[in-house]
Design a protein. Structure first.
Length: 268
């Protein structure tokens, strides 16, 4: 593929079940961009096509509306039967997934700063009425140091409008009440970011499961071991923050992003 619309393709960055992402150049501005191209067969799939199309349209509709230093910029979107794609800011460095590894862990100070910047971004999105619903290391792009950008708002929903039905998101990062059938909320996004922090601190998930059902049961019923059970040197104040973010009862979690961020900023 040489061109996507007016954009000249430089390289393929990766692909998933429903889309591929390319690095490309905007011929008018000369800047590098990332372009997510939906596979036509995914949108035409009889079972899940409508769901994938809705998520893609959700993300496309946000183009230009979520301007924030810690949110991936969306520049352009095309949704039609021939080719559907979203043009976004190119962030060099990949995602935080590479740091969920005991051999490649960030230090606690870096994790605190990354979480704080994520809070700033998600608080801004919430001020625009949005619940992200799919916060995970793979959706937080890492530039360098503690510079990050929150991406992939395809699963986002307006607060208080989620309909009944299958829940959207990645099971490990879903709050207990969401797995039990409750709608997503500010508190479920807070839980998801708490789980991201846990993973970055411990370098492993808190639960071991061989099926979604087993994982959901553990999340709903079992308290995780603290990150210090898997990594030496995690401070007690950091563990207390993660523990509160991951509370089973939403009422016992942080009630606002600002409250969450205030505790984190006290760490440095």
């Amino acid at each position: 593929m040489d061109l996507i619309g007016k954009y000249r393709v430089v390289q393929k960055l990766g692909e998933g079940a429903t889309s591929a992402v390319y690095r490309a150049t905007d011929p008018f501005t000369g800047r590098d961009v990332a372009i997510k191209v939906m596979f036509p067969q995914a949108l035409k799939d009889s079972a899940d096509g409508a769901h994938y199309r809705q998520m893609f349209q959700n993300e496309a509709a946000l183009a230009g509306k979520l301007g924030h230093p810690y949110i991936v910029g969306l520049y352009d979107a095309v949704v039609d039967d021939e080719m559907s794609y979203i043009v976004m800011e190119y962030v060099e460095g990949g995602t935080l997934e590479k740091y969920v590894d005991p051999k490649n862990l960030l230090d606690e100070q870096q994790i605190a700063e990354i979480a704080f910047k994520s809070i700033r971004a998600l608080d801004f999105a919430y001020s625009q009425g949005l619940i992200h619903r799919d916060i995970k290391p793979g959706n937080i792009l890492h530039k360098s140091g503690t510079d990050i950008k929150i991406g992939d708002f395809g699963a986002a929903v307006a607060a208080g409008t989620e309909a009944a039905g299958p829940r959207v998101g990645s099971p490990l990062y879903m709050a207990p009440e969401v797995l039990a059938g409750a709608p997503s909320s500010l508190q479920s996004d807070i839980y998801a970011l708490g789980m991201v922090m846990y993973m970055l601190l411990a370098g492993r998930p808190p639960y071991e499961a061989t099926s979604h059902e087993s994982l959901a049961y553990q999340i709903i019923n079992h308290d995780p071991e603290p990150p210090s059970a898997y990594r030496q040197g995690v401070s007690a104040p950091m563990e207390d923050i993660v523990k509160q973010a991951l509370a089973k009862d939403p009422a016992k979690r942080y009630q606002t992003w600002n409250e969450f961020g205030k505790d984190l900023s006290a760490l440095w």
